[in-house]
Design a protein around this ligand. Structure first.
Ligand code: KG4
Length: 337
């Protein structure tokens, strides 16, 4: 099955052409980071307008790069939630119109299901596995028994992990998005004596909290003479990353153990973090578990990942109707074949 896949849930417009939910023929992304950087965060109305401007040329380019003409497509896949409603609507409306014009089926896909299944574009992972979605909007752990079969094990009760990376970077006067910058600093500097809290690490549940960690970093910065020296910024970034990585890895591992799961898939933008990847690799090896990370391009928001579950659903006879709506909030447990 040859699918055109679209993603416009937040501040990136993405289009891809994927064969059989596995072979990526093209996968392109148009980021709006510069547009929103001026305001220090994503402005929903501006995001929708930019999606509208770029979606047509982006789809044309994705088809061209794949060497595919529209008549060859068997279906259209699109993120229909969760995300910013206005932004999602651009992709959903485009998908409906495109599918209608070509008389082919289309399907709305859950953004987090797409992240958790992105690994299949590179390699197969046997079910069941623990799926950890760690991004700018999510820090959610699921037991994954197959496409369309998810059980929530734990989630952040306040900020998402990526949000904490971005906010700490902002406090330190670093750029946006903060995750990659903190990652680089943490590789160069050592946190030394700075010890930030590991929120909820010893609670007997699988929930996370990053808001207290963020506040601890703020208080630490406020207690120092300003402006901070470059080395101090590096040390604080490193100590913060160490705390975040500690909590994420240890709690994910414990959740997998308690569920009797031997495989862990980590996905979403924060899964690009080199410290997180290293620590997971060490811990899983020591505990006879396996950890899987998609390559960075497939961890961050992209459209190819949307095609994995879409291909499965469409080839099992499930498609969306023209009454499909964009939904800002959509629990992953509600998806099913
Ligand atoms: O999945 P994603 O591209 O977008 C969504 O949030 O849906 O994730 C973006 C988040 C941002 O918060 C960014 O700072 C974080 O992922 N991120 C990282 C790294 N690369 C991106 N966080 C830590 N280390 C990184 N290397």
């Amino acid at each position: 099955m040859l699918l055109l896949a679209l993603e416009s849930s937040c501040d990136e417009t993405a289009a891809a052409v994927v064969r059989d939910g596995r072979e990526v023929l093209s996968n392109i992304i148009s980021s709006q980071i510069d547009l929103h950087a001026l305001y220090g965060g994503v402005v929903p109305e501006l995001a929708s307008r930019r999606h509208l401007e770029v979606i047509n040329p982006l789809v044309e380019e994705a088809l061209q790069r794949a060497g595919v003409v529209p008549a060859e497509l068997d279906g259209v896949a699109v993120t229909s939630g969760p995300g910013l409603t206005g932004a999602l609507l651009v992709g959903v409306s485009f998908a409906k119109a495109f599918a209608y014009a070509l008389n082919i089926p289309f399907i709305g896909v859950h953004h987090i299901e797409a992240h958790l299944q992105a690994i299949r574009l590179e390699q197969e992972v046997a079910y069941p596995f623990l799926g950890a979605a760690v991004s700018g909007g999510h820090t959610h752990l699921y037991r994954v028994d197959g496409i369309g079969s998810y059980r929530l094990l734990g989630r952040t009760i306040d900020d998402a992990a990526g949000e904490a990376f971005d906010k700490v970077a902002k406090m330190l006067g670093l750029g946006y998005p903060g995750g990659p910058i903190i990652d680089k600093l943490a590789a160069r500097y050592d946190g030394g004596d700075i010890k930030f809290p590991r929120p909820l690490l010893h609670r007997a549940n699988h929930d996370f909290s990053f808001s207290g960690l963020k506040t601890a970093v703020l208080h630490h910065i406020q207690g120092l003479p300003q402006p901070l020296k470059e080395e101090q910024v590096g040390q604080i970034a490193s100590a913060f990353q160490e705390a975040a990585v500690d909590v994420l890895t240890l709690k994910v591992l414990r959740a997998a153990e308690q569920e009797g799961l031997e495989r862990i898939v980590v996905a979403g933008g924060v899964a690009c973090n080199s410290g997180l990847r290293r620590r997971f690799a060490e811990l899983t090896a020591a505990n006879r578990m396996q950890v899987f990370f998609p390559k960075p391009l497939l961890c961050a928001v992209n459209a190819a990942m949307i095609a994995v579950a879409a291909d499965y659903y469409l080839s099992h006879g499930k498609a969306s109707g023209f009454d499909l709506n964009a939904v800002s909030s959509w629990p992953l447990e509600q998806v099913s074949l």
